[in-house]
Design a protein around this ligand. Structure first.
Ligand SMILES: [Zn+2]
Ligand SMILES: [Zn+2]
Length: 336
């Protein structure tokens, strides 16, 4: 199979031929049709996250069809359309797993980080962590739901149910969460890199009532804010933008250092918290909710071989919506 391989951090992915993986017990082999390009992929490729499997196939927003099943898999059959998310495996035994907080599992393994992911024609996934994909979504449009959508959703739940919601960094997750928040009757305020008029117009197109530079206060105080951009300096800015009792959620897996700030911007029972990973319950809830909104995702397709260009465009903020790799499987390779 063709794959784009990360051989070492801070090096471009290399296009290679790899043997097609075999599904073990409890696993499915997935013929990949689309794989979203997430900011976390950049953090892995850049070496911001420690100890990735190497060499590694990135990608954890995978949509494809089941091409074969390993022993004991009864949930899926060949031909079923499925999505493979970031959470790839949990132990089921640690104190977090037993408390229904498998997103914090001490021994969790993640797709496209410790497990080969979807920048390839095939991938293997543990069937228990794979979701059926709602019928209304074409493959490319479904891919962003699997991380931007469901970790965005977990962040939205963590933000509480206040009506005035600020979103810092307006890319993949924000464009999805804006639609969900509007559907819930909330008001959305979007913050972008200073001067990024295009991102601000995009935010308003998908439903934000105000969009502006992240170094400018919103027109009124907010009840909650979610920081999707990996920029620590946004945390004090967001705290200043939320009213008493407000919550600021840091949704990314990596952030630059947070500068010191005066206690009085936290005072007044403001809360700062992070959101880590996802649970299968988040996935089930969000994938049931998305078609009812209905969430529409705006995607920029790239062929698999152009994964490096997609990553670079994400890094420099040139992607409007979500970059998604389109993965073709030649018919002759499709046997089970
Ligand atoms: Zn565990
Ligand atoms: Zn992601």
């Amino acid at each position: 199979m063709r794959a784009m391989l990360l051989e070492a951090p801070r090096r471009p992915l290399r296009e290679v031929e790899l043997p097609r993986p075999e599904p073990g017990a409890g696993e499915v082999l997935v013929a990949v049709r689309a794989c979203g390009v997430c900011r976390t992929d950049l953090h892995v490729a850049d070496g911001d996250l420690p100890d990735p499997k190497l060499p590694l196939v990135l990608g954890h927003e995978i949509v494809g069809s089941v091409a074969a099943t390993g022993a004991g898999v009864e949930r899926f059959r060949s031909g079923d359309r499925v999505g493979v998310p970031w959470l790839g495996w949990t132990c089921g035994e640690c104190r977090y797993c037993r408390a229904g907080r498998e997103n914090l599992c001490d021994r969790a393994r993640f797709t496209g980080y410790q497990i080969d992911g979807g920048y390839a024609q095939y991938t293997v996934a543990a069937a228990r962590y794979v979701f059926p994909i709602p019928r209304m979504y074409p493959d490319l449009e479904a891919a962003p739901l699997l991380c931007a959508g469901l970790i965005g959703y977990r962040s939205l739940v963590a933000a509480g149910d206040g009506s005035r919601l600020g979103l810092y960094g307006f890319g993949a997750a924000a464009h999805i969460i804006t639609q969900v928040a509007k559907h819930q009757g909330r008001r959305v305020f979007a913050f972008t890199r200073p001067g990024d008029g295009e991102a601000q117009r995009f935010a308003c197109e998908v439903g934000a009532e105000w969009a502006g530079d992240s170094n400018v206060p919103p027109p009124e105080l907010l009840d909650a804010a979610i920081i999707f951009a990996p920029v620590g300096a946004l945390l004090p800015a967001a705290l200043r933008a939320v009213a008493k009792g407000g919550t600021v959620v840091c949704a990314g897996i990596h952030m630059s250092d947070i500068p010191g700030f005066p206690y009085d911007i936290l005072w007044g029972e403001r809360v700062v918290r992070s959101v880590a990973n996802l649970t299968r319950k988040d996935g089930e809830e969000f994938l049931a909710l998305a078609p009812t909104v209905p969430v529409r995702t705006q995607v920029e397709p790239y062929p698999l071989e152009r994964a490096n260009e997609a990553l670079e465009n994400l890094r420099t903020g040139r992607v409007k919506g979500v970059a998604v790799l389109q993965v073709g499987t030649r018919t002759s390779e499709r046997g089970t």
